[in-house]
Design a protein around this ligand. Structure first.
Ligand code: FDA
Length: 309
């Protein structure tokens, strides 16, 4: 278990090195990026999206991008997401989007992020879609929750956010969300960033234990719980629980990442669970790709085989 954590932290640290970033970005697609990223544009991703929808699964669309340093970059990022949202709706796809708050300028000015997120949430709502604010590294949790609460207070209720079970603070953050009226949907994940031991569990068993506790606590509330993991044991346990409790698709949904455990995705969907696949696309895939490699040593081996030819 500790080895898992050490591998993850080392890979995320190495991925931050400019030399590594330069090399990986240059040889890009050959490294197997396409296994996790559906295309460099919505047009390229379209056949993959249609195949998912055709097999009865829902989608979460993510126009890849991370932290931006200034207002103009934030406006450009929001413009790209807005254009993809309109295009998705025109293609007949449900415009359910996820966005990183720092992509919308949260690290520059919270008012700017609020303005841009409001525009996207309104556009999503117009087309019967949804906007989820992804959760990033621990330094942004307070600001992300505040941004989410501002949107909620403004009456934008086709929005949701994410909580990470590796953070010690998360049980309190969940109570804060459960106290809102109406209770919002929340996506619960284990957490993908390199966090120090003073803020986050380092041992996988502790992260898993915290994950279960959060999901069951959230299911006691009235909101929708988006159970986002590839942990088959947890998914089967929660699946049995929701069946026993008679919970319908307005109360829970399973969410998995594009390219990760596709057979498990098919099985859960066949069993009749509401399931949504998170599909990233776009040119700015480096940060997303390195987090997927950090989650599983076998993914790195797959990439290294690609480099060796
Ligand atoms: P765990 O790591 O225990 O893995 C369970 C099983 O799945 C293992 O067998 C493992 O090998 C396999 N597996 C996991 N990841 C894999 C991968 N990349 N490739 C192949 N196999 C893999 N994080 C975050 O911090 N903020 C966010 O907003 C989000 N959003 C988000 C949305 C959705 C839909 C998902 C599924 C996940 C996220 N995450 C996230 C990522 C999340 O925090 C976590 O890093 C990954 O889901 C991996 O952890 P698991 O829950 O799958 O469990």
């Amino acid at each position: 278990m500790m080895l898992d954590g050490a591998y993850r932290r080392t890979l995320l640290a190495v991925a931050d090195a400019p030399l590594v970033r330069g090399f990986v970005t240059r040889v890009g697609w050959r490294l197997g990026v396409a296994r996790f990223v559906a295309g460099e544009s919505l047009d390229e991703a379209l056949p993959n999206l249609r195949a998912l929808v055709g097999s009865g699964k829902g989608i979460v669309l993510d126009v890849l991008g991370e932290f931006v340093r200034d207002e103009s970059a934030a406006r450009q990022a929001a413009g790209r997401i807005g254009a993809a949202l309109e295009a998705a709706a025109a293609f007949g796809l449900e415009p359910y989007f996820s966005a990183k708050p720092t992509q919308l300028g949260l690290g520059v000015d919270p008012d700017l992020a609020f303005e841009l997120a409001t525009g996207l949430a309104e556009a999503a709502a117009r087309h019967g879609g949804h906007l989820c604010l992804d959760m990033e590294s621990s330094g942004y949790v307070d600001a992300t929750l505040m941004l989410f609460e501002r949107l909620w207070a403004a009456g934008l209720h086709d929005v949701s956010t994410v909580l990470q079970s590796y953070l010690y603070r998360t049980p309190e953050d969940l109570e804060r969300l459960l106290a809102l009226s109406p209770v919002p949907a929340v996506r619960i994940v284990k957490g993908a960033y390199n966090e120090p031991r003073d803020v986050a569990h380092q041992d996988k068993a502790d992260v898993d234990r915290a994950y279960r506790a959060l999901v069951y606590r959230a299911l006691e509330g009235n909101g929708k719980v988006n159970v986002a993991t590839h942990d088959e044991r947890i998914l089967d346990e929660v699946g049995a629980f929701v069946r026993g409790a008679g919970l319908e698709s307005d109360r829970y949904e399973f969410q998995l990442l594009y390219g990760v455990k596709p057979r498990l995705q098919d099985r859960l969907s066949r069993e009749g669970h509401p399931l949504r696949v998170y599909v990233p696309f776009g040119e700015d895939w480096y940060g997303y790709f390195s987090r997927r490699l950090a989650e599983r040593p076998a993914n790195l081996a797959f990439v290294l085989r690609g480099i060796a030819g």
